[in-house]
Design a protein around this ligand. Structure first.
Ligand code: GLY
Length: 417
């Protein structure tokens, strides 16, 4: 186990299938110290969180003074075991490993769930990391079966995996028969894994086609992004471009933009296709150059919240948000993505992306975002937004913020010294 672990630590950031990794940027020793302290504290926090968590339940957020947990079916269920994998990788603490095994036992049933596109989040963040650390063949089989379930949602007419089953639009009486959300880019990593594991090119072909369709229909000419694209499943035609979790149809929901940056970077890694690199860089540049990105580089939940020219089609009560909430989960996932993206970019862009990631990690590691020990339900970070349009999970900790933050810290630690 130990030997496999250290090999996998090296492979974490070097897991480059097609794209060539360059080492143009080096880690800052001062930030490495901050990260070591952060990871040590995170191990203690997650042990505390474990003590609050019932068997068969998965920590999701912390609201009104209590830890909120979910069943295995929730889209966030993979993040707690996934974060534990990263923290185990760092600490080699057996207590964390036992907790990972327990949660994976509860999560296994989801490998046959064909009702959600979130299987990548649920299964790859958990079993994918556990497989990377242990090479346990059982985990590989579970991942391949999960990929089969995910691929069952692919429609060749549309050239996409369906995100949600038929659902009413957020703002009108219209129904979306075949909605696809930008978040779905993240689930493709599971398909690439399945192709490599089985030799069956179909998984990869679906992932590439989905990414091409998303590049065409979700990404705007200025590299901002639409959250939802609704398609006609019979013809493949685009029926509407809207939002579900963002401020307005034409706004840029920060986490959605983050899913795009991370997702297209990962698809470039898996394909070596420059179109995906260009898209990832364009989306990253839009995020980092935006006049509304605060100095600490942790974004507001939407880049355009409350602005004229961005008509919210839902009832937005600005008086409730005199200070527009930040979304630490978006900051964390973009920090992680930028570290990888910097390794595929020329020197100028590499420095820009890495320095931005450094600022984000420093901000998140500060008391402004990092919780004191044994508070915050055991979550590492505070101040994320789950779904503001539904007034749910506003300014709370979220399991996926911790997951991508921990990943970002480990990716940074693995940069050349
Ligand atoms: N669908 C996942 C999210 O809220 O970002």
């Amino acid at each position: 186990m130990k030997r496999l672990f250290s090999m996998s630590a090296i492979l974490l950031i070097l897991s480059v299938s097609c794209a060539q990794k360059k080492s143009l940027v080096k880690a800052d020793p001062h930030l490495l110290e901050i990260i070591d302290n952060g990871l040590q504290q995170a191990v203690s926090q997650y042990k505390y969180m474990k003590s609050l968590t019932d068997e068969d339940r998965f920590p999701k957020n912390y609201e009104h003074g209590r830890l909120v947990t979910s069943s295995a079916r929730d889209w966030t269920s993979g993040f707690y075991p996934g974060t534990l994998c990263y923290l185990y990788e760092y600490s080699q603490d057996k207590e964390l490993f036992h907790e990972i095994e327990n949660k994976l036992t509860s999560l296994e049933s989801q490998k046959d769930n064909k009702r959600t596109h979130d299987l990548g989040f649920m299964m790859y963040c958990s079993f994918g990391n556990a497989y990377r650390l242990t090479q346990n063949e059982k985990y590989k089989d579970i991942l391949v079966q999960s990929a089969r379930s995910l691929a069952s949602r692919y429609n060749p007419k549309v050239g996409s995996i369906q995100s949600w089953d038929r659902i009413k639009s957020f703002v009108s009486d219209e129904y979306w028969d075949f909605p696809v959300i930008i978040d779905n880019m993240m689930n493709l990593e599971l398909l690439f894994f399945a192709s490599k594991s089985t030799g069956d090119a179909r998984f990869k072909d679906i992932a590439v086609k989905h990414a091409e369709t998303a590049m065409k229909n979700h990404v705007r000419p200025d590299y901002s992004s639409y959250h939802v694209v609704a398609y006609n499943p019979e013809t493949g035609a685009v029926e509407s471009r809207q939002t579900y979790q963002g401020f307005a149809h034409n706004s840029t929901w920060a986490r959605g933009q983050g899913w795009g940056i991370y997702g297209f970077t990962m698809v470039y890694r898996e394909t070596g296709d420059d179109r995906f690199l260009k898209t990832a860089q364009g989306m990253a540049d839009f995020f980092l150059n935006h006049e509304n990105l605060p100095e600490d580089k942790i974004p507001y939940w939407d880049f355009n919240a409350g602005q004229p020219n961005f008509p919210s089609s839902w009832v937005y009560d600005a008086s409730k948000y005199p200070i527009i909430p930040r979304d630490a989960s978006a900051g964390a996932l973009v920090a992680s993505a930028l570290i990888e993206l910097s390794s595929y970019s020329d020197k100028e862009k590499a420095n820009k992306y890495l320095h931005a990631a450094e600022t984000m990690i420093k901000s998140l590691a500060s008391p402004a975002y990092t919780s004191p020990l044994k508070e915050n339900g055991g979550f590492i970070l505070m101040h994320s937004v789950g779904n503001l349009t539904k007034e749910r999970e506003v300014d709370v900790p979220l399991s996926y913020a911790d997951y991508y933050y921990t990943e970002a810290m480990l990716r940074y630690k693995n940069l050349p010294k």
